[in-house]
Design a protein around this ligand. Structure first.
Ligand code: ATP
Length: 242
């Protein structure tokens, strides 16, 4: 099976600091992959190059066999990459349903019935069915983050990139998020950038560990947990105790 997303030799420096260096990465369709690493490891820089928010100094990004390295972010979204929580901007005065409808219209255009169906489905899947008429700014923080996922889902992405999705969520909301990701698995490929190790270990099929801008290790949660180099990289950090 060919990967849905691949990087070859992807690199980016800032004033001589190698934030991401020569990263080869491959994501299989349908998998849930976690990208982890200590603070400053290069996760944000790497993902920013995947989604086209940041230009690479060297290397390639390949999505479904196509070299997208030079494409702007909106073209990548149109190809089927959805990145929460930065591409999908929530309009705080609009209701949850109106926000999801905006995202759905990007894919469905003016077909009102199809947009309404899509809105209902996305709100239902994210557990927000009862909040559709609530202004986004009046939703709890956790529900606002779920709304961003609902907006991502409404675009029917083939690759959903979730950046720190559980940050700031309450335990019950994290449980709901885990159920949602499990429900999505198999239908869409998920790349999860996450600091919460319990969430990573529970959800990911495979984990890629970045450290000092390079891939330190890659493997199943059990293999990563047992990996000496990973343990050392995390030693003394919060994640080591997660
Ligand atoms: N725009 C920038 N200008 C200068 N240095 C940067 C910039 N963006 C990132 N860096 C540096 O690149 C390195 C990697 O940062 P990055 O934010 O990608 O790491 P990260 O793994 O996402 O960290 P965190 O978990 O703290 O979000 C860090 O040393 C950071 O200071």
């Amino acid at each position: 099976m060919s990967p849905i997303l691949e990087t070859r030799g992807l690199s980016r420096s800032f004033h001589g600091l190698r934030a991401v260096h020569d990263v080869d990465f491959a994501l299989e369709a349908g998998e849930i992959r976690a990208l982890i690493g200590p603070n400053g490891a290069g996760k944000t820089t790497f993902v920013s190059m995947l989604i086209g928010r940041l230009a690479a100094d060297a290397g390639q990004v390949i999505f479904e066999g196509r070299d997208i390295t030079a494409l702007p972010d909106h073209r990548r979204v149109a190809l089927g990459m959805a990145y929460t929580f930065q591409i999908t901007s929530v309009f705080s005065r609009l209701t949850a349903a109106e926000n999801v409808a905006l995202a759905a219209r990007r894919r469905l255009g003016g077909d009102r019935a199809a947009v309404a169906r899509e809105v209902a489905t996305a709100l239902e899947r994210t557990g927000l069915a009862g909040q559709g008429e609530v202004a986004a700014e009046d939703l709890s923080y956790g529900h606002q983050r779920l709304l961003e996922i609902a907006m991502g889902l409404a675009q029917h992405p083939r690759l959903l990139i979730l950046d720190e999705p559980t940050q700031g969520l309450a335990e019950t909301e994290i449980a709901a998020f885990k159920a949602l990701v499990r429900d999505l698995a198999g239908q869409t490929t998920i790349l999860l950038i996450e600091h919460n190790m319990a969430v990573v270990m529970e959800l990911a099929h495979r984990i890629t560990v970045l450290n000092f801008g390079e891939v330190l290790a890659e493997g199943t949660p059990a293999a990563i947990r047992a990996d000496r180099a990973v343990q050392e990289a995390y030693l003394g950090t919060e994640a080591a105790h997660g």
